[in-house]
Ligand binder design. Structure first.
Ligand SMILES: Cc1cc2nc3c(=O)[nH]c(=O)nc-3n(C[C@H](O)[C@H](O)[C@H](O)COP(=O)(O)O)c2cc1C
Length: 185
């Protein structure tokens, strides 16, 4: 297996309850985000945007999101779970995309490009001894949409919970190429 396929195939969702407490610095998150810069992007709109919540701001947003989720869902355990995940993470990266103001490409292409940027980041976590996963829970997305200062046309796609961990990637079932490919030769 070549190095690229190895990195792609070993990428896994690592959940916050598997994180250890080892520190990730702002500089290390910046290094992680370098991978986003090289995602493909139609018309070079570079739509991906990230708000990085760390330290005190992570704690304060965790409290705000917990309250919002509890009020919204009437399920205190959901608010508690979200706060716990934020507390267990060294950083929470809010993933959003910025619609091109000139609308030169369809909106789905901006979302696709942002997802590719996230994939680059996700793969890069492995090289930096980090792990995490993309979470799209609607109440948390709504809470952050209200609480962060977003630019006009900017929309949140979820949160990337980031931490360090000591786990070997688990195996995951996946379809074979011939199950998702139609060959016209
Ligand atoms: C766009 C997107 C949204 C996701 N949202 C969630 C989520 O809200 N909650 C969750 O537990 N996992 C979420 N995941 C992670 C998937 O559950 C995970 O990728 C899947 O189980 C496959 O496992 P693997 O990433 O370890 O290969 C999301 C993944 C993607 C690509």
């Amino acid at each position: 297996m070549n190095d690229v396929l190895k990195a792609v195939s070993r990428r896994r969702a690592i959940y916050p309850d598997r994180f250890n407490n080892n520190e990730i610095t702002q500089e290390q998150v910046r290094e992680l985000l370098e991978a986003a810069r090289f995602a493909p992007t139609h018309k070079l709109t570079e739509p991906w945007r990230f708000h990085v919540l760390m330290g005190d701001s992570k704690h304060s947003y965790a409290d705000k999101i917990k309250t919002f989720v509890e009020d919204k869902t009437n399920k205190p355990e959901k608010g508690d779970r979200m706060k716990e995940k934020m507390d267990q993470s060294q950083a929470v990266i809010v993933i959003s995309y910025q619609r091109d103001p000139r609308e030169r490409v369809p909106e789905w292409e901006e979302i696709a490009a942002t997802a590719m940027a996230v994939q680059n980041i996700w793969i890069h976590t492995q090289a930096l001894g980090m792990g995490g996963y993309w979470s799209t829970g609607a109440p948390a997305v709504e809470a952050l949409t209200r609480q962060l200062s977003l630019e006009p046309g900017e929309k949140i796609l979820g949160l990337f919970f980031l931490g360090r961990h000591d786990h070997e990637p688990r195996q995951r079932p996946s379809k074979s190429v011939d199950e998702f490919t139609t060959w016209l030769t």
